[in-house]
Each structure stands twice: as structure tokens, then as C-alpha cells.
Design a protein around this ligand. Sequence first.
Ligand code: BGC
Length: 411
Amino acid sequence: MRTTFPKDFLWGAATAAHQVEGNNINSDFWLLERMPETLFAEPSGDTIDHYHRYREDIALLAKLGFNSYRFSIEWARVEPEEGYFSDAVINHYRRMLEVCHEHNLKPMVTFHHFTSPRWLISKGGWENEDTAGRFARYCSEITKRLGDLMDKACTINEVNIPVVINRVHLRGIDLQELGFMQAAKPLLGISPSDKLNTFMFTPSPKGREVILEAHRQATSAIKSVKPAMPVGMTISMDDLQAVDGGEVIRDQIRHELQDVYLEAAREDDFLGVQTYTRARIGPEGKLEPEAGIELTQMGFEFWPRALEATLRYANEVANVPLTVTENGIATSDDARRTEYYEQALAGVANCLDDGLDIRGYYAWSAFDNFEWMLGYEPKFGLVEIDRSNQERIVRQSGRRLGEIARANCIP
Ligand code: BGC
């Protein structure tokens, strides 16, 4: 196995605006988190106040040894009302990008990471065909104002997450029926008989179509402003393993959850692969974790080898340059996190040895943050956050990954 990575390999850690910035009151999730009977364990609130502490946070990542930072721009802040683009907010993100450059971190910017403006959801959200054009207009505006400082762009984070959540986590439960969704409708001006189509909870065929169309329109909008910028989307990929004769059903599930999106990525400059674990699939569908395998705080199997398998599969089907845009584990035992990263990176190295075109690796996550429906309990950070005073405390795993990044090899 090689231990040295290619020259110009991007080493970074990733965040998403809603999970770290705080006070994202114009977004759909802010509202859903506060509804009675909500599925969210707790509201996001101030999160880790990255919106104000980005200077120290970015400086910290550079000091650890990284050469890139992946973060997202919050559409709901930039365009809080349809057609109104906030100069103040855009300038905030401009300063973030400038600080990245001051610290020699190449910025990889995500335009949409799960949350959307409330007004978009009021207008039919991710089942409305006009959403694609609205998203492209926002991407165009941002690229005009900030594109000169961006290194790479991800249009949509995990284009397939609505289908994954519906199929794997909710096992087909219709969220539209639940009390918190019903309670939010009048506040969004949606009638009780109409659907509330947030990005994450819209797995319908129409929703899938709108999401891929939004990616395509956004890509051409970004490229028409900055043709040279690499643009791609990211995809959530478990290593789907067939057991006990589960091949047929595994292939069906993999087609629905992954192939459709990998095929759509063939036209793109790159694809972001995001892997956390494996899933075993038998003839009846997804199986529970295997007895005796350690579980993470997410209830996932500790399975760092999943990344090598998903990279190989993505390469086979999409056949475009790949970047690991997220990989990591939620754990209270930081030694296990270090072990996870070292094993996962050994898998990346194997792929590189075999000639796969992998351009970078981003850990999830730079900081402990708001883990969506699970709130603040799962700890994914290379940096621990004491939310009582917002103190940043670097973990050993952060130091180790930074050391690997700086050396561009696994010493
Ligand atoms: C998402 C992140 C999330 C992570 C861990 C990915 O699906 O992009 O926002 O925190 O997984 O669950």
C-alpha cells in the first residue's frame, strides 16, 4: 500500500451552515425543529456560532495542517425573501473565503446542504419544477459575487438523501402525516391537503426529478459565470453488501439509492462521495447490524473499510474524478475516531494504487455540531465544542489527521 498521496491532494474537514452557524431563522428546518411533536431531538439554536467565530475556526483548521475547507453557504440567509439578495450576508461569506485564502486553505463551497429558505417551501419546495430555476438563480448570483474566491463548487449535498432516509431510516413511513409537519403547514401558508416538501423529506419521483434538474441548472449557471471552476454534486453512499442470497434485492436498492445518481454524475467535473458505514442486505432487505460489531453513536457499524468499496463502485459507475467530501464517525471515544480515519485512509490509498482518480479527502466533521434529527448528542468533531462557552478543544484525532494532511502521507 502506498503511504504518499498525490501532489495537490486536497486535505480538509467539512461543515454545513445549518449545523454550525446558528440562528438560521429563515430556513425551513428552524421552523420544523420547533413544531410540537417534532422529530428533532432539540432545536439547533446558536449551534457553535461559526457565523461569528469563523476566523478562529478557519485559523485552527489551517494550524492543524489542512489545505482546504469545505463549507456551505446558507441560501435562506443569502436570499431570505425571493429575489432579495442580502449584501451583508454575501459579504460575510466573502470574508470567510478571504480568511481561507489568508490561511492557504482552498475553499470548496456547497450551495445547498439540506436546508432551504422558508419561502421556497411555501411555493411547493422540492416538488415544484420552478425550484430548479430558483436554485440556479441563487447559484448564479453567488458565483458572480464570490466565485473568484472559490476553488471548487458542490451544488447539492447528498442528492440522494431523501431516498436514503425514506428507504433506509424511515422504512417508508410517510412524514406528511406526522403532527409536526401538519403543524408547520399553516405557518408556511400551505393548506393541510398540500404537501410540505423540504429537501430531505421529499423522496417522491417528482422530488427526485426536481433535485437532479436543480443540480443540472445550477451547474450550467455556475459554469456560465466561472467556466473553469470544477462543479459537482455529492452523494451519500453506504457500502451495500449482499448476504445470504441478497444480491437481487441489493442490486435493486443500489439502483434506486445510488446508480441513478452515479449515472447522472457522468456529465460532471467530479463527484463527492460521502460514506460512513456499510449496510448488509439479505433477501428480505436491509439487515440489522451484525452481532458483535462495534456500533457508533449513530447506531452504525464501525466499518471504515466501507469507503474503499464505495469509491471503487462510484468510479465504476460514474467514471469521473472523485473526492471524498465526507467520511467520519460519531463517537465519545476519540481513539476509535483516529483508528477509523487511519483505516479509511488506507482504503483511499489502495484505490489510488489501483489508479482511481481521487482528488481529495474531507473529514466529517471539523467540529462537533448539530446532527439534524439527533441534535447535539452525536460527536463527529475533530474539534470538541463546549457549547456552554463555545470553547474549541482540539481532539487527538484532529491532530493526527492534520499531521497526515501536512505530510501528505500516512507516517
Ligand atoms: C450529511 C451531514 C451529516 C452527516 C452525519 C451526512 O449525511 O451530509 O450533514 O451530519 O452525514 O450524519
